[in-house]
Ligand binder design. Structure first.
Ligand SMILES: Cc1ncc(COP(=O)(O)O)c(C=O)c1O
Length: 458
């Protein structure tokens, strides 16, 4: 809906929003006096709020989603055309964009071959967990059902996905959680749990083996990991980490599930984050950037070998994957995803993400020289975090009010940045930058300059 067509009275919108909308991740007390933010228009890298103020969006829709930027008419047109032609049928039957997008996606993911559609990242992960649990049920009386997850990783908002999330504050007050999910330690070398070690990556990955052996390898079905931890503080894996994880999964017959909900679709300068590390996953989940927010779609992608296990016993009426997602049948999702992927290819956005990512990293490393508060700069492609500390030697994290102040200052300047938010007891101290894949050096200069000014003003 547009403000320009005179159908919308913006004051009525703001009043209705204040009176009736319960916003995500928001303490609403302050909005008894003031109106919550309402975004009304977007084009390219920029969005405009209801008061007419324009912002450069350095976080792709707040949560790493609008990978191709705002106002891409070709995606909107593809969705419109599909809705008019055939909007929906349950995904027990196929649809044209669903088939075509699956083929195009699989071309980008050697070794994988089946796409299961649903409509959020949490749901895509839930599907994967159900697959693991059902395989255990079909093949060995449910024994090999446990799923290992990692401290600081996030896998979604539903109770199952939260049960597999390693973020204390995110989970607090929403328990009890589901049995069968077991945590392993994080791999943030900047905060090494083992002091100074030469082979931190391998050492951190060996924790997976320790957990598998403690639980009993016969009980562990899968491990779910983000290729680069996102909301947990943009944690890039240390050298040697993934090789060891892969080796351990093979050794103990544990399925490797990679959560690409944030890293997928070009964010890190390759189609998928795991492709930087030579990993061969059994399951990959994705959402956010799949259709860049132009439609709700998520995918749980598996190997053909895993898929085959669900048809091994056709005489058993319980042995196939008996799952459904109503909106996994919305044809608008794959229609948007297909056009989104074509756009990324035609405009060379993966290469742009890699090149602009390097430029951004360079700029931020210079900023780190200037501001003592920046303890660590991490990331890959257009996916970067600045960990803030009170002192570089002790690495004492700053209070979460500091990144909040920096974000508020940037907002005042007309630049929207992100930060770790109510995830950990002491470590909500990372500022996050993830501009759309279309960004230019000029956009990055503007973003970094806003962060520089905000930190200078602290
Ligand atoms: C790595 C990761 N996995 C899963 C999810 C959950 O996705 P959704 O919010 O679409 O359910 C998120 C959301 O931020 C995420 O960052």
């Amino acid at each position: 809906m547009s403000l320009d067509d005179n159908q919308v009275d913006i004051n009525e919108v703001l009043d209705s929003d204040q009176a009736h909308v319960w916003h995500h991740l928001t303490q609403h007390k302050a909005f008894e006096e003031t109106k919550p933010p309402v975004m009304v228009r977007g084009k390219g890298m920029r969005i405009t709020d209801a008061n007419g103020k324009e912002y450069l969006d350095a976080v792709s829709g707040g949560v790493w989603t609008v990978n191709v930027g705002y106002g891409q008419e070709r995606i909107a047109n593809a969705v419109r055309d599909q809705l008019v032609e055939m909007c929906y049928f349950a995904n027990s039957a196929g649809n044209i964009p669903g088939a075509l997008f699956a083929q195009k996606l699989i071309e980008k993911m050697p070794g994988l071959s089946r796409v299961y559609y649903s409509n959020s990242g949490s749901e895509a992960n839930e599907k994967a967990y159900k697959m693991v649990r059902q395989l255990a049920a079909i093949e060995n009386n449910g024994v090999k059902h446990k799923i290992i997850y990692r401290d600081r990783d996030y896998h979604g908002t539903t109770i199952g996905a939260l049960s597999s999330t390693g973020q204390f504050q995110r989970k607090a007050q929403y328990g009890p959680f589901l049995p069968g999910f077991v945590e392993m330690p994080h791999c943030l070398e900047y905060r090494s749990q083992y002091g100074e070690v030469d082979n931190y990556g391998e050492r951190a990955a060996r924790e997976l083996e320790t957990v598998i052996l403690r639980e009993g390898a016969e009980t562990v079905g899968a491990v779910v990991l983000e290729p680069i931890t996102a909301g947990g503080g943009v944690i890039t894996p240390p050298e040697g980490y993934w090789e060891t994880i892969q080796e351990i999964c093979t050794k103990y017959d544990v399925l490797l599930h990679i959560d690409e909900v944030v890293c997928g679709l070009g964010r890190t300068g390759k189609w998928f984050g795991y492709q930087h590390y030579g990993i061969k996953p059994d399951i990959v989940t994705m959402a956010k950037g799949v259709a860049s927010g132009y439609a709700a779609i998520s995918c749980t992608v598996t190997t053909e070998a895993l898929f085959d296990r669900f048809k091994a016993n056709p005489d058993d009426p319980m042995s196939y994957f008996r799952d459904i997602s109503t909106f996994g049948g919305c044809a608008s999702g794959p229609a948007a995803a297909l056009e989104n992927m074509k756009l990324i290819e035609e405009e060379g956005l993966i290469d742009n993400a890699a090149a602009m990512g390097e430029y951004l990293m360079e700029k931020l490393r210079s900023l780190q020289q200037k501001h003592q508060i920046i303890g660590d700069v991490r990331g890959k492609g257009l996916f970067v975090g600045l960990e803030l500390v009170t002192d570089r030697l002790s690495k004492e994290p700053v209070d979460e009010s500091i990144p909040a102040k920096i974000a508020a200052d940037c907002m005042q300047q007309g630049v929207i940045i992100g930060r770790t938010n109510r995830s950990f007891e002491k470590h909500n101290n990372t500022v996050c930058l993830s501009p759309a894949l279309i960004c230019t050096e000029k956009d990055i200069d503007e973003i970094v300059s806003a962060v520089d000014s905000a930190i200078s003003r602290l």
